[in-house]
Design a protein around this ligand. Structure first.
Ligand code: SF4
Length: 295
């Protein structure tokens, strides 16, 4: 079901310093996600999204953004994609993300996009413009195997399409890389999978890979994931229950071996394992205003 809604606010402050992406603000133009990854944390009860498959479009989001951006005193990175994918299929029709980027470009804010979709290539010109300030696009890849991805990320473009998009963005001069997370225990925690993800990243021009060797599960997301395991990989749920019980953090057993191999391979290819984040101007608008008053 698709429903149009009106939102009261659009730009959320990221309260904790964000060491992954250096975000200052977060923005979700939609609620719910059509990619329907079986492991998605956004299904957790704490977010109170009743039916994650229902898509809500915040139709007044662009007006809100146009209004709020000029009033922001700190020009920090705006993140897309924390609770849903900004380039899920409905974006073709509504173009909320594309139009938000046009507004952001006008106000010269830096941007980080997290996606699994090659639809982001539609906005390559506007991303190049924003890139004069700062723009980075991270693609989530949990497996390099298209067949396995079709099971665990059924609504998302396949990893092969994501790698092609990485290649196109890298060629266009936009900072692009991979968020290699989650790595699903018993399904994706093999040396071969990690090696293939890194090798394809190198071949397609990714400049960084951010790894996490495991997944998180909590009330709401756990039940959904376990139901899907029963359908797709019979017998696996019992292994999870034995190893993780009700733990939130579920690290893969061989994480040290995978991590060592991952870092070795990244070093070999010259791929960073942290991303280059936007360095806020030392003199932001706030300081500018103070100086204006002083003089
Ligand atoms: S793309 Fe991201 S937000 Fe969407 S279902 Fe998958 S994990 Fe969740």
């Amino acid at each position: 079901m698709i429903k149009e809604i009106r939102s009261k606010t659009i730009l959320n402050h990221v309260k904790q310093p964000d060491t992954w992406f250096g975000l200052k603000y977060n923005m979700n133009l939609y609620r719910g996600c059509q990619h329907q990854c079986i492991y998605c944390d956004s299904r957790s009860d704490c977010y109170r999204i009743e039916n994650f498959a229902d898509i809500h479009v915040k139709v007044n989001a662009l007006e809100l953004l146009e209004d709020v951006l000029p009033r922001k005193r700190v020009r920090g990175t705006i993140g897309f994609g924390s609770m849903n994918d900004p380039y899920m299929p409905i974006e073709r029709e509504y173009k909320m993300t594309g139009r938000a980027l046009e507004i952001i470009a006008r106000h010269r804010f830096p941007v980080h996009i997290l996606t699994k979709s090659d639809l982001v290539l539609r906005d390559v010109d506007i991303l190049r413009e924003i890139g004069q300030t700062y723009a980075a696009v991270s693609f989530t890849v949990t497996t390099a195997d298209d067949e396995l991805a079709a099971k665990v990320e059924p609504g998302a473009p396949r990893p092969s399409a994501r790698y092609t998009a990485i290649g196109a963005l890298a060629k266009a001069g936009i900072a692009t890389g991979i968020t290699m997370m989650p790595i699903l225990p018993f399904l994706e925690d093999t040396v071969e999978n990690i090696t293939q993800i890194v090798t394809l990243a190198h071949e397609n021009g990714a400049s960084y890979i951010l790894p996490a060797f495991g997944m998180t599960l909590r009330a709401g997301s756990r039940e959904y994931y376990y139901d899907k395991l029963d359908q797709l990989f019979p017998g696996l749920k019992a292994k999870y229950q034995r190893r993780y019980g009700n733990s939130y953090e579920c690290s893969v057993k061989n994480w040290k071996q995978l991590n060592d191999g991952f870092r070795e391979r990244c070093e070999h290819f010259g791929i960073a394992t942290k991303m280059p984040i936007f360095q806020p101007e030392k003199v932001n608008k706030k300081v500018d205003n103070r100086q204006m008053r002083l003089f």
